[in-house]
Ligand binder design. Structure first.
Ligand code: SAM
Length: 330
């Protein structure tokens, strides 16, 4: 591999010049020879260019920001969501004018990436992400692996978040074989599939008609038959009142907060468990408000942080045990 040989005194200035012109090879280490430093090259450079065996970095350029000029490095986010071949980036207002070079640096940093898209947030009735592809292929149908399961989803049609993977693993670990599991806000059905794979009998539903195709695709990808998991296109307000005796219910519509708690608790069997996801202000006691709404028909056994959502707000989950008696009107 070609290296630029410079004196130790000139080494730092040479590194900056090579980085600026994009020809410094970031996956290889510089080498020292007597009074010289040899910078690894990934393009043409002027000066004393010599041939040497490359020394690969142990962890090749883990942080894509190393590929950016230092002024941009401070603006580029450290974190992003990875879904199969796609990376989903959120940028601050200050960073957004530099979206293209940031996205291109990220695209170049990982071999499996083909698409980088800018995320302007989740919105609308079906909580679908507003995404703009800024580098690579315009393809947002992703194949994602999570907790040993496979998912395929069109991110422009249905909600999906890889940030819930730990939570889905937690719920799946609670599932007892044969239990009746209800997911009325299923989207592409990642919770429902996780529960069915753990042995539950699952009913999944969503109001977004586009969710059905992806949910059923995910049943097939994980070899789940209609004996163990079913999907219905339905609004929760129409579906829930006709249901009862589920051992476990997942209410994952965080912006709706407590809106569906009453009919969902009525669909849970006495002594069964309901997992309620909601957005709360940091420091807010969502359990106290929920306990008031439950009016003695259930108990909040635990309240957990799932992940921070925005400055001052976070996604929480409340594990609610339905009481053993008849339900009084909430
Ligand atoms: C935050 S997403 C959660 C999706 C899924 N549980 C997941 O973890 O990927 C909320 C879902 O609720 C669905 N939804 C919104 N309002 C609904 C309603 N009234 N009835 C049924 N589904 C609804 C949306 O289409 C969306 O898929």
């Amino acid at each position: 591999m070609k290296h630029l040989q410079v004196s130790c005194r000139e080494a730092e200035a040479a590194r900056r010049a090579l980085e600026r012109s994009g020809v410094l090879h970031l996956d290889c280490l510089p080498q020292r020879e007597g009074d010289s430093v040899l910078w690894p090259l990934c393009g043409a450079a002027e000066g004393d260019v010599v041939e040497r065996e490359p020394r690969l970095r142990q962890r090749p350029a883990g942080d894509y920001r190393q590929r950016l000029p230092s002024a941009l490095r401070k603006l580029a986010p450290r974190g992003f969501d990875l879904l199969g071949h796609a990376a989903i980036l959120r940028l601050s207002d200050e960073a957004e004018p530099h979206a293209v070079p940031i996205a291109e640096a990220l695209l170049a940093s990982r071999g499996q990436l083909r698409t980088v898209a800018l995320d302007s947030g989740v919105g609308g009735r079906w909580r679908v992400r507003t995404l703009r592809v800024i580098a690579g292929d315009d393809d947002l149908i992703v194949h994602h692996r999570e907790n040993g399961l496979r998912f395929e989803v069109d991110l422009r049609q249905v909600y999906f978040s890889p940030r819930l993977a730990t939570e889905r693993a937690r719920i799946a670990a609670l599932v007892r074989p044969g239990e009746r599991f209800l997911d009325p806000f299923a989207g592409a059905a990642p919770f429902a599939v996780s529960a069915a794979a753990a042995g539950a009998q699952v009913l999944a539903a969503d109001g977004n008609p586009a969710a059905q195709r992806w949910a059923e695709r995910n049943f097939a990808l994980n070899s789940l038959s209609s004996d163990s998991i079913k999907f219905r296109i339905a609004l929760a307000e129409a579906l829930l009142p006709g249901l009862q005796d589920f051992d476990r219910v997942v209410l994952n519509h965080p912006t709706a907060r407590l809106r569906y708690l009453e009919p969902a608790l009525a669909a849970t069997r006495p002594g069964g468990m309901l997992h309620l996801y909601l957005l709360a202000d940091r420091g807010e006691d969502a359990a106290a408000e929920t306990t008031t709404v439950l009016a003695g028909n259930g108990v909040v056994e635990a309240q957990r942080l799932v992940h921070p959502f925005s400055p001052g707000r976070e996604l929480r989950v409340l594990d609610i045990r339905r009481g053993n008696g008849q339900m009084s009107k909430l």
